[in-house]
Each structure stands twice: as C-alpha cells, then as structure tokens.
Design a binder for this molecule. Structure first.
Ligand code: 26Q
Length: 824
C-alpha cells in the first residue's frame, strides 16, 4: 500500500495548473480570485518544488543504498541567486509552466521576477560554490554542500547622493526552497576548559574538554537539481539556536526574563549575518564562532553517516572526500582529529593518516591581507582543546621538517603554523596544507604563483605532487541557457540540440558557421536584444536613457583596488576630456560608448567606497553634458547581484577584467561574458590567460604589465628616483583635483594612493596601455562583421570553461569519486 500511495510527480500542463491553484488556495490560504504575481510565484514555486522533492527523496535513498564514496563541499558561502527558473529548466518543466501560468493570466517572466535572491556569499568564491553544486548534480556525483543559513545575506546596496549605503538583506520571509530538519539538531560547545580525565586503553590520561557554552545547530536542507537527470543533491545549511529549548528556564523562572532573551540572542547571533568582506581577513571572534559552529555540525553529520555503514575507520577516506573552499573551514581538520583521538580513542598517527587522506584544500587568493590568521589568545579562549591539537599537529610537522632539512631553523620559523609576534597568530593556510592530501589553485597562473611564492617552502617539504591546478568553470545552464535563452536556442539550432549544455566542448561546431551571413545577423540581433533589455532596466531604475547601439563596456564585480575599477573610471575621464576638445566633425567619427559599472564595496573599505563615489560623480557630469551627448554615458547599477548579472552578462560588447597581473586568482565572470558573445579587455591575469589560449589572441584585448614584472615595478615606485606619473593619468588627476567631479577632498585619498601610497596596484604603469587598448576596441567595433566573427569564434572555443570540466577534474585528481549510476 505504501508504494501505491507514494507521491507522484505531476506531468503536463493541466496537472501543473491544478497544483498551482491547490497551493495558492490551501497551502497559502489565498483566494485564487485575488492572486497577484507574488501569490502566483508562490503557487508555482510550491508546485515545481513538489516534483523536485520527489526526485530528491529518491536520489537520497538511491545514494544511501549505493553507499559509494561521497563528496562534501564545505563553503561558508553559497551565492545561489534565484531558484525557480533554474529548477524549471533543470527538471525540464519550464515550457509546461510557461503555458500553464499563461492560461491563468500570468507571464512566467513576471513570476520568476518575484523571487528574492539567495545571496549567501560575497562574490567569486561563493558563486563558484553554487556553480559547482549545479555541476555535481548534473554529473550524478553523490555530493553534499555544507554551509551556514545566514538570516541576513550580503547587504543590499543603495546609492544615496552618489555614495554606497548598506541595508540589511532579510531574505527568509518566504523561502519555499528550504526544509527545516528539526530532528537533525547537534549540540556545539564553545569556551570551557580542558581537564585531565580517565586513562584510555593504552594507559594515557585523556584530555576532557568540558564546561563550555552550548549552542544547537539545526539543519535546513535545500534540494539541488541536476540538469536533465533525476539526480537531486542536498545542500545542508546550519542555523543556530540556544540549546535546550527556547529560553533559559533558570533565568526565566528567577525573573531574569531579559537575561534569558539575551542568551537566546547570543546563540542566534552565530548564524545571523554573512561577513561582507571579500578578499580581506577581519579576524573577529564571531567569525571564528561561525566557522567552528558550521564545521563541527557538518563533521558530526558526516561521521554519523559513515558510522551507519559499520565499516572500520580506516575506510573513512574511501567513503568520504571533504573539500575546503578556502581556509574558512580549516578547523574541520582539527575537529576530525579531535573526534578520532578524544572521542573514538584512536591513536594519533592512525587518526592523522585518515584525516590527511580525507581533506583537499582550494586556495583562492595570494593577497596577503586575505590570508586568514587567528590570534592564539582568541582560539585559546574559544576552542582550548583545538588549540592543543593544533600545537601537536604543528609540532609533529616541524619535527618531520627538521628530519628532512636538519638545522634549517629559519625554515622552521617560516613554515610554522604559529607565527611569532604579539599576539602569536595561527596561519590557517599552512594548517590547511599540512592537513590535506591535495592543495589546488583556481587557474594555471595562480597555481604556479602559489607554488613559487606563498607556499614555496611547502613544495620543498611535501614535493610538487601535492600541489595541483583546477581551473575554475561556470555552469552553462544558468549562465547561458537561463540567462540568455535566445542565444542558447540559436546555438542549439546549429550544433544539433541542447546536448552542448551537458558537454560544452560541443560548442566548437559553431566555428563552421562563422561565414554564414544569416547566422551572423541572428547572432548580432540577439546581442542587440540583450542590450535593449539592459537599457530598459537602466531606464526603469535610473531614468537615464542609454543608446543600445553604443558600445556597452561593462565592469561588474566586487569593488577592490586590485581589480582596478579606478583605472577604468580614470580611462572614462580621459575619454571625456578628449571628447571635450574635439570639433563636432571629429566627434562624429567616434564610437559611442556606455560605461557600465556595478559592485559592492565592503562596508569598512573606505577606498572602495571612494571609487564608487567617483564613478557616480563622473556619471553626473558626463550624462548631462549636452556637448558630448550620446557619445559617452556612465552608469552605476545599484545592488549588483546574481539575478542582475543574468540581465547584464548577455548584454556586454566588452567587459573589463583588468586586475594588476598576479592578483586575481582566476575570475569567473570573464568566462560568463565570453560565453555570451562579449569580448574582453583584460590583463594577463587569472583565467584571462587560459581564455586567451583557448579563443586565440586575435579575439581578446590584452593590456598591461606581466605578473613577473610587478615586484620590480613596485620596488621602483618606492626606491627609484624621478618616479613620474604617466602623463595621461596626470591629466586625469588634475581634472579631479580641479574639482570637475565635485569637491576635490572627496578623492584626496584615492589620489594619494597613486602618489604617496606608491601606486601599489600599478595604475600608472598600465594606464597608457589601457587607454591605447581601448582605442583598439573602438577601431575593432567599427568593423561589425569582424566583431561578430570574433564573438562567434570565442564562444565556439569556450567549452573548456564549463564547471562540469572542473568538477570532473576534482573527482579524478582529488576526490577519487565516481558518478552514481541511476536506473533509467
Ligand atoms: C576571510 C576572513 C574573514 C572574513 C571574510 C573572509 C573572506 C571572505 C570571502 C575572504 C575571502 C573571500 C572571498 C574570496 C573570493 O571570492 N575569491 C575569488 O574566488 C574566485 C573563485 O575561485 C576567483 O575567481 C577570484 O579570482 C577570487 O578573487
């Protein structure tokens, strides 16, 4: 009977409509006669969700039965964006849903647009985790994501008088995509003391960590559907609450009501908010609490699942692969060792061998300010037992180094997890390397750089095989098929259907059509339509009209000095000054351009906020200058996020990826823009280098100094005599200092960074190359046919940058896992 009663997926339009109406009327308790777009969204989401959940349950059952090795992706950030459209496309229900809601009087686009982004991430690292989940499910890998269920995701950005202001992002009002698992509740301890306990089997006195504060972790599960497969994986997010019920009854009964509420809030604070820092270490206690809370809950869960199979511990690494997304989850290494030695009574060496075979560590940055360091006193207080274990891990490691390189005391100092100073600090990247069997960078240049610079000593110690590269990738489902359905359809009509979405190398068939006039025309019409759509969005949100026939030049990413939005806006100012000098005849020959910026600055990053102010100020001047009207517009798109990226990415003619060489580990939006037929202006940095190798250097606009010269240039800035600023850049600075973009004091810090700050990011060194390369862009754009050739050829050669390729590399080289076989 159970089997007969089991829930079944709906098929077909009528059943779908019935489900939507049923959900609006009964689940939401709303009359279908007053159903607005928002209620229609809820009903549609709940109907689609039902089918998803059925697949999800089956997948989990199936994976449990198969009992293969599983992958656990630990990330403090999952920048998922919206779910409904993606869920419909991946399950093949979008056409059914479109027709279904249309007959009910709704447009599917309006319904999709009701959803709030799940913005549990800052930028590249968080979005990468989301793309990887999509690929893991699509490729049928048995994989779980583990993260934190922040009540507030990345803040909402508002631009007020040209400056950034931050508004909290409360996103959980209605979230049909998560399922609370109140039965999966795990107690997590902080603080307390370590005391001697009883003797273990081997006669050693055990160490007992006790007497701390206890917080409960509650699991919330999110289904992750693969594209064109039944495989639906799980993303488990932990939420914190006070342990032992809602209130501290002791305090409550003794009349200390406020105190009991305070304790409750203290517990809930742990998962309250995402730290809004991108590529910068904050070193705050609450952040360390978040990390341990999430890591301890996840490991408890993973170990419990392993134990259900009744295998011997030594098989743990054959059943479990844990990937650390940057150093944020490094405590997982320590926690697993603690579970093994303190709770499961394993000897140290046996435990450590299992631990190191379990973990892989992905590094995402070489920037010194982004490398995580925790103060020893802070860790001592919050996690006293873990600190002891870290000291032991470090001791045994240093002893092995001493054996291999006797008497090299400076080496021991350099590679120690504990950095001397006041206070001492723990270098988390070193701990992650020591506790993992593989360490990878995220693009070739970056993987080479970490081996040659920040981790050089560790290559000498562990050998080069421990260090590898897995170049990042993006999911073509969201970033082509979902964001740009017209382009996806056109491609499908040429390459023989939609198989390319599962094997992106199939795009290469497009090269056959570069000479096809009608195809080229359709291609460029789709680009224009995407630009029209973005222009409409800009008009609706800023009241500024931009010309869709102008060259759309886009830079959207977190605002950071190393990403050099300042160089871009200086270039815009330079262009403006030239336009102002021109005669009307000369102006007629210019290519009209729309410079589009977007991105958030970390709330405490003053220089980044100044850069935003300069961009908006330049816009205020340029956009209303009638003399050059139409030839230049400057737009700052407020609150850049994943759903806005889906509108912006298809609309670029050119996008900017102009970080100082050697600073951007990979970049992933570069891949998204090119996959949508936009060209790149960029530096020889991160994945730009591999993009160039794949698409050909005739199809990219490269500029600036190479990574190998950066150090020398910086040295010259500091110690060279007669260091002069590039004259073009000088002219730009003069215009700013003359107050042409508002009070000069607003920008004094920004100007100072180029002069008395020694121009650390080499804007002056790269500026003339940047300006000259932008001129080449204009020239190339005048030849629309040549431009179309570049665009099509580039897309045809982008197959390598699928996240599917990246995930298969992780599976083969790091995790040693196989896809699950699904019954047909
Ligand atoms: C660290 C300590 C305390 C608080 C916050 C942080 C923190 C948070 C986020 C440190 C770093 C990040 C994010 C880093 C990031 O997004 N890196 C990007 O990763 C992408 C995916 O690999 C690359 O493409 C980018 O080049 C890289 O900048």
């Amino acid at each position: 009977t159970w089997r007969k009663l089991a829930a079944a997926e709906f098929t077909g339009k009528e059943q779908f409509q019935k489900e939507v109406v049923r959900h609006v009327e009964t689940t939401l308790a709303r009359s279908i006669y007053n159903c607005d777009d928002n209620a229609a969204y809820s009903g549609t989401a709940l109907a689609i969700r039902d089918n998803l959940v059925i697949k999800w349950n089956k997948t989990q059952q199936h994976q449990t039965l198969q009992d293969q090795k599983r992958v656990y992706y630990l990330s403090l950030e999952f920048l998922m964006g919206r779910t409904l459209d993606n869920a419909m496309l991946n399950t093949g229900l979008k056409d059914t849903a479109r027709e279904g809601v249309s007959e009910l009087g709704f447009r599917i686009e309006d319904i999709i647009d009701q959803e709030h982004d799940a913005a549990l991430g800052n930028g590249g690292l968080g979005r990468l985790a989301a793309c990887f989940l999509d690929s893991l499910a699509t490729l049928n890998y048995p994989a779980w994501g583990y993260g934190l269920r922040y009540r507030y995701g990345i803040f909402k950005q508002e631009i007020i008088n040209g400056f950034q202001a931050e508004v909290p992002d409360y996103w959980l009002d209605f979230n049909p995509w998560e399922f609370p698992r109140h039965d999966v509740a795990i107690d997590i301890m902080f603080y307390g003391t370590v005391n001697p306990g009883p003797r273990d089997d081997r006669g050693n006195i055990k160490k007992v960590w006790e007497g701390g504060e206890i917080v409960q972790a509650i699991a919330y599960d999110v289904p992750i559907p693969g594209y064109g497969t039944a495989c639906t994986n799980n993303l488990r997010l932990w939420s914190s609450k006070p342990s032992g019920g809602e209130f501290d009854f002791g305090k409550f009964n003794s009349g200390d009501y406020e105190g009991s509420i305070r304790d409750q809030q203290r517990a809930e604070t742990i998962s309250a908010v995402l730290y809004p820092n991108d590529n910068i270490d904050a070193g705050k206690e609450l952040r360390l609490k978040q990390q341990y809370f999430w890591v301890a809950a996840s490991l408890h869960d993973i170990v419990r699942r392993f134990k259900k199979s009744h295998r011997p511990w030594k098989e743990f690494p054959d059943q479990v692969a844990i990937q650390l997304n940057d150093t944020h989850p490094t405590l997982a290494i320590v926690e697993l060792q603690r579970i093994f030695i303190d709770i499961e009574n394993m000897p140290w060496d046996e435990a450590w061998s299992i631990v190191t075979r379990t973990f892989g560590y992905t590094n995402h940055t070489v920037l010194p300010e982004a490398l995580e360091k925790w103060s020893v006193p802070l860790v001592q207080n919050l996690l006293p037992r873990h600190l002891q274990i870290i000291y032991d891990i470090n001791l045994f490691f240093l002893q092995s180094v001493e054996r291999k390189f006797p008497k090299d005391r400076d080496l021991l100092r350099r590679v120690s997890v504990v950095e001397e100073g006041t206070p001492q600090v723990l270098r988390m990247a070193y701990l992650a390397i020591i506790g993992s069997h593989k360490v990878n960078g995220v693009a070739e240049l970056h993987s080479d750089l970490i081996k040659a610079t920040i981790f050089k000593d560790f290559v000498d110690i562990f050998g080069t095989d421990k260090f590898t590269n897995v170049t990042n990738g993006i999911t073509p489902r969201r970033w082509l098929h979902q964001a740009n359905p017209k382009l996806s359809d056109l491609i499908a009509s040429k390459v023989g259907g939609y198989d390319f979405l599962k094997d992106l190398t199939k795009l290469n068939v497009l090269e056959k059509f570069v000479g096809d006039k009608t195809f080229k025309k359709e291609w460029m019409e789709i680009k224009l339509a995407a630009k029209v759509k973005l222009a409409k969005y800009i008009k609706d949100t800023t009241q500024i009209a931009v010309n869709p026939h102008s060259l759309f030049d886009i830079q959207v990413k977190r605002i950071h000095e190393y990403k050099r939005q300042q160089m871009n806006i200086f270039g815009v100012i330079y262009r403006y000054l030239r336009l102002k000098e021109m005669t009307p005849e000369e102006r007629k020959k210019q290519v009209p351009r729309t410079s589009i910026f977007g991105g958030k600055a970390a709330p405490g990053y003053w220089m980044a906020k100044t850069i935003i102010r300069l961009i908006t100020a330049v816009g205020e001047v340029v956009n209303q200058d009638e003399e050059i009207n139409g030839l230049l517009k400057v737009i700052f798109i407020e609150d850049y996020n994943v759903s806005k990226a889906e509108i912006i990415v298809p609309a670029s003619d050119i996008s900017e990826h102009i970080s100082t060489a050697g600073t951007e580990a990979s970049g992933t939006s570069n891949m998204k823009f090119v996959l949508n037929g936009g060209l790149i202006i960029g530096t020889c940095d991160g994945a730009n280098i591999e993009i160039t190798r794949e698409i050909g250097e005739e199809n990219i606009f490269l500029l600036g100094n190479l990574a190998e010269h950066v150090e020398d240039l910086r040295h010259q800035h500091r110690f060279g005599k007669d260091v002069v600023m590039d004259p073009k850049l000088r002219e730009v600075c003069d215009a700013i200092e003359a107050g042409r973009f508002g009070p000069e004091q607003t920008y004094s810090g920004l100007i100072a960074s180029l002069t008395i700050g020694f121009d650390y990011y080499l804007v002056s060194d790269d500026f003339s190359s940047y300006v000259a390369t932008q001129d080449l862009v204009d020239e190339a754009y005048k030849d629309q046919d040549g431009w179309a050739t570049k665009s099509i050829t580039s897309v045809a050669r982008m197959g390598f940058f699928s996240a599917d390729r990246a995930i298969n590399e992780y599976a083969d080289e790091i995790w040693n896992v196989e896809p699950t076989k699904f019954p047909a």
